[in-house]
Write a protein that binds this ligand. Sequence first.
Ligand code: ADP
Ligand code: DP6
Ligand code: CO
Length: 329
Amino acid sequence: MSTLSATACAHPNIALAKYWGKREGEGNVPAVPSLSVTLAGMTTTTTVTFDGALASDELSLNGASTDGRPLARASALLDVVRRDAGIDARARIVSANDFPTASGLASSASGFAALALAAVRAAGLDWSVTRVSDLARRSSASAGRSLFGGFVELDGGDGATGTSASVASPSALDLKVLVCVTTEAAKATSSTDGMLLTQRVSPYYPAWLQEAPRLCAKIRAAILAGDFSTVGEYAEKSALAMHACAMAAGIVYVSGATLAALAEVRAMRADGLQTYGTIDAGPHLKCLVRGSDAAAAKERLARVPGVLRILETSPGDGARILPLAEASR
Ligand code: ADP
Ligand code: DP6
Ligand code: CO
């Protein structure tokens, strides 16, 4: 058989309304709805090549040959594609993230979004973006959202199917996201493991299940109304509620630098800047800031001890296939 190949790129996304915890049963469906913004300025690029000469799937991640759990997760996704396309061949995956991997910057979101799109296209399947998103979500729930650009909701909870859909275009809010990188290292507890432990032992998990849908609805309405400060205020609440719930299970993703950066975000707000903080499952603080305040906020955050560098990102587009000429550059 000849080789079948495609290259895709995708951006990570930051949840304004967090999900944390999985619903019972199959399919990796979140226990609560969530709402994110896709971030241009950080990118995963992935090439998938089905090759009849390969004995097994191979994954090169950031230039290093990778096996174990990352390869098993990627292979499981490829199996779904192979089944639908009637392909037996194993695949070579070559992927790179231009930001720290497995560190709390949503590499699983852009990683599995790019992988799903590249695999589907390499196999010659003509799937809708919603179907590709569903495939990506089964590998990492946040990845379902990165197929779409702008502001994206992922449903969750009883009766939900784990479907992602666009809520508003990237220009719906005058938003910049300053990603304060506080380490280049991978985290000690993966998101998947952190959630499972939280569900099992956090005394606050039932309260989180009650609160998260309310926060998500509030944030959706504020985005649609173009109400920047309400989006920011509730995004900060959502992040802190999620971390409080995880901390009660003994899982601490924040570091001193995270909290110092959050304190600076709040000090800037007291000084009249439109800045709000959010934190995913890792020690990096993301500052949500109105475009006109971004330069001033970046200068102040860069002086916070423990902030190594700042990635300037803004609402961006969903995953896309790269034309051959661009992909080989
Ligand atoms: P993060 O906070 O970066 O999303 P997670 O614990 O959710 O961290 O997921 C990290 C895992 O996602 C990695 O161990 C790997 O399995 C997968 N991953 C990250 N980047 C890629 C990529 N570019 N291609 C395929 N899988 C990836
Ligand atoms: C804190 O989607 O990475 O970023 O489905 O187990 O791969 P898995 O988890 P993942 O968890 C993301 C959690 C979060 C909140 C969010 O993105 O909504
Ligand atoms: Co992740």
